[in-house]
Design a binder for this molecule. Sequence first.
Ligand SMILES: NC(=O)c1ccc[n+]([C@@H]2O[C@H](COP(=O)([O-])OP(=O)(O)OC[C@H]3O[C@@H](n4cnc5c(N)ncnc54)[C@H](OP(=O)(O)O)[C@@H]3O)[C@@H](O)[C@H]2O)c1
Length: 335
Amino acid sequence: MKPVPAYAPLLTRYETMPYARTGKSGLLLPRLALGLWQNFGDVDLYPTGRSTVLRAFDLGITHFDLANNYGPPPGTAESNFGRMLRSDLAPFRDELIIATKAGYRMWPGPYGDLGSRKYLLASLDQSLKRMGLDYVDIFYSHRPDPATPLEETMGALAHAVRSGKALYVGLSNYSPEQTTRAAAILRDLGTPCLIHQFCAHMFNRGPETSLLPVLKDEGIGGIVFSPLAQGLLTTRYLNGVPADSRVGRGAESTKWIQLTDARIAQVRALHELAQKGGRSVAQLAIHWLMRHDTVTSVLIGASSPAQLNENAQGIESYQLTAEELAEIEKILASS
Ligand SMILES: NC(=O)c1ccc[n+]([C@@H]2O[C@H](COP(=O)([O-])OP(=O)(O)OC[C@H]3O[C@@H](n4cnc5c(N)ncnc54)[C@H](OP(=O)(O)O)[C@@H]3O)[C@@H](O)[C@H]2O)c1
């Protein structure tokens, strides 16, 4: 007798989430994607992570973003996601776009970091094993390696596709100039760059004018990470630092969160503006990024299904009015 699947996804899951074409490719991605950088490692509660991932799929979020080093400890986000695939999502593999990356320190010695062919391809094999997959949909170079020829790193990505272990390739944290060069190499190798993953949010606007024009010219899709500034652009920190928040838990990455009085005042003003339009401040921050047509997808993190519910609500009518956009400019200029 066939085992009964533990999870049956909602039949309504494709009714509200908008999907966009990734650059000039044929691949549609959900405008909201879920990343497993934090909250899905062995230090976290597996049942919460599982219900968050399953809630995402029920909301039409078909794209899950991982990397070899996500956890902590490194590797455990992939092994926990692999467990969810086995127990719940395996029957829906063809409805999922699963990404992983290599580029940061993963194992000791000279072959466990950066951008050599040796590291990238060994790491991809390890990621596939941890997730129990034959292939990933997107394999990224997680960061540029100044000491390895770009041709070698791009050659490793193209090889991953030729060997059937990845369907598409992407770049992350590459500068506009590095992106142009890498895209040309990938084109010559017959494996066009699908997507570029970069950090942008209301308090980090550089990529809007530096990177997005390059992505448009190259026909590469953009996926924005940390769109909520790791939680700062939500109501999380409006009344102090909750013990269960990313800052409260003392996550190392929070050294990048600007938890100053001036920033909190801006978030409060954004929150009030959002409320007037019937949105939450998190929704405002997400919808604001979605106004760029080069931004295929906004890649959020979440520590609970409730956060996902909030962030996905109203995604189908994301357009902000000219007045809201002008008001946001005023608030952002007030720092
Ligand atoms: N390529 C790269 O180098 C790179 C680097 C960083 C991230 N990424 C990718 O981007 C993904 C997202 O990054 P991120 O986690 O920093 O994104 P984010 O969306 O800016 O921050 C997510 C955090 O914000 C808080 N949050 C989210 N929704 C909330 C809500 N409605 N109300 C209150 N708090 C809310 C939660 O923090 P609490 O834990 O406090 O609840 C959540 O964990 C990662 O998982 C990863 O896939 C890639």
